[in-house]
Design a protein around this ligand. Structure first.
Ligand code: ZN
Length: 429
């Protein structure tokens, strides 16, 4: 976690706390305080009504590369009905939406509240939620609720709201390769001395082959193919591979295991991605160095039934096995999360479905998510259904330059959640 935005994160936490107070929360607290506190809130008491725990995060991904933003990432700008800013969709804009829905009369604020709200808005989601994890381990009663609501996701396509049944887990690691005591001169030693970058490149090439297969022994052992029924549902979703390639990926071809559909590759298979390679000489001009050390930042996304701890062991073993004996290879783990599975049969899902149907004209489709929200399993520990949904659109460019949120989505979202709170209060679960 970079410390350069600590003051900004603190300001975001203060903003959330201020909003919670304005909504009439009888308890607003910074938990596990510090620069990125978890903001905890308890709404006004509504005897007999269900308790809804609202989870979200106010931290965001780093905005770079800055030169690719049309307007600065932290100067929210509206263009063509879209709000451009880092965090517009992930997740500040969506937290804003959930809070405004309360103010709009779905409970609290000016109207009389309909449900007992609890809030856990954290500031370390993008870095593994370590503080919140520890907090919930110490104080599991914080998650006691009749339902948990998370709006940190997107519609599956315009006009197609969704609830998510799985989240992939994450295993983020740094692989270090050392081949000599110090860097060497390529004129003096080139041709006979090992080169750390060359060894790292070969190692990475062996870990995942061009067919998309990941060569980490045991990795696929617990990966289950989705049921025929689930695969049939996916076929009916408005997802077109060609369109996905042309408009979303904007590359020349899709890669990965050709034996599986693109949606399976995105939702139901583990991944191995290289995020950055460091070491050697990367400055301007030329320097003829044989690097002694090279490092790569990599991550694997994990699917249901895989376990982070097991995958960490498997990756370490694979790296050791694939590196030649003269190469010192090691793996350190930066952060990670187990995958999550969510049952969407609880009555609370029916209420959200109704709210979307009334406001947007279409109910929620069950889908899987390729991304990770580390703390989801912990939020569901008390047995409450975890409703994973969102008002974003697939082209919101999360974690990338020019992240945006469609304002129509935001206004609709406020109406949807307002109605959901109402239904929850009236009908209970
Ligand atoms: Zn998020």
């Amino acid at each position: 976690m970079s410390t350069s935005h600590n003051a900004d994160c603190r300001a975001a936490a203060e903003w959330v706390a201020g909003e919670l107070r304005r909504l009439g929360c009888r308890e607003v607290e910074f938990l596990a305080s510090g620069t990125h506190p978890v903001v905890w809130g308890v709404g006004p008491d509504v005897p007999g009504a269900p308790t809804l725990l609202v989870y979200g995060h106010y931290d965001v991904q780093p905005p770079d590369p800055l030169d690719q933003w049309t307007t600065p990432p932290f100067d929210p700008t509206v263009r063509d009905g879209q709000l451009f800013a880092r965090g517009a969709a992930d997740d500040k804009g969506q937290v804003f939406c959930l809070l405004k829905a309360i103010e709009a009369g779905g409970g609290g604020g000016r109207g009389s509240p309909l449900v007992n709200f609890r809030f856990l808005i954290e500031g370390e989601e993008e870095f593994g939620s370590r503080v919140l994890f520890e907090l919930l381990r110490r104080e599991p009663e914080r998650t006691r609720a009749d339902a948990v609501l998370i709006a940190d996701m997107a519609y599956i396509a315009p006009r197609w709201p969704a609830v998510y049944t799985t989240l992939r887990g994450l295993c983020y690691a740094e692989i270090t390769v050392r081949t000599a005591k110090t860097d060497l001169h390529s004129g003096e030693f080139g041709g006979a001395a090992p080169n750390a970058h060359e060894e790292l490149a070969r190692l990475l090439g062996r870990l995942k082959t061009p067919d998309g297969k990941i060569h980490v022994p045991g990795l696929y052992a617990s990966v289950k193919r989705p049921s025929k029924r689930e695969l049939a549902t996916w076929k009916r979703l408005p997802f077109k591979e060609g369109e996905f390639l042309r408009h979303r990926v904007q590359a020349k071809a899709l890669t990965g295991l050709k034996t599986h559909s693109v949606l399976e590759r995105l939702w139901a298979l583990p991944t191995f991605e290289i995020h950055g390679i460091m070491g050697g000489f990367t400055g301007d001009g030329a320097k003829t160095v044989i690097p002694a050390e090279a490092r790569a930042k990599v991550s694997l996304r994990l699917v249901p039934d895989q376990k982070l701890k097991t995958v960490e062991r498997q990756l370490t073993a694979a790296v050791k096995r694939l590196a030649p004996a003269y190469v010192q290879a090691s793996v350190t783990f930066l952060h990670g999360a187990d995958p999550a599975t969510v049952e969407v049969t609880h009555p609370a899902f029916g209420l959200l479905d109704q709210a979307f149907r009334e406001v947007v004209g279409r109910g929620t489709v069950p889908a899987r998510a390729g991304g990770s929200i580390p703390v989801v399993p912990a939020l569901g520990k008390s047995g409450a259904p975890v409703i994973l949904t969102g008002i974003g659109l697939p082209d919101d460019r999360l974690h990338a330059p020019n992240e945006k949120l469609d304002l129509k989505q935001l206004w609709d979202g406020i109406k949807v959640f307002r109605r959901f709170y109402e239904l929850l209060g009236e009908k209970g679960v």
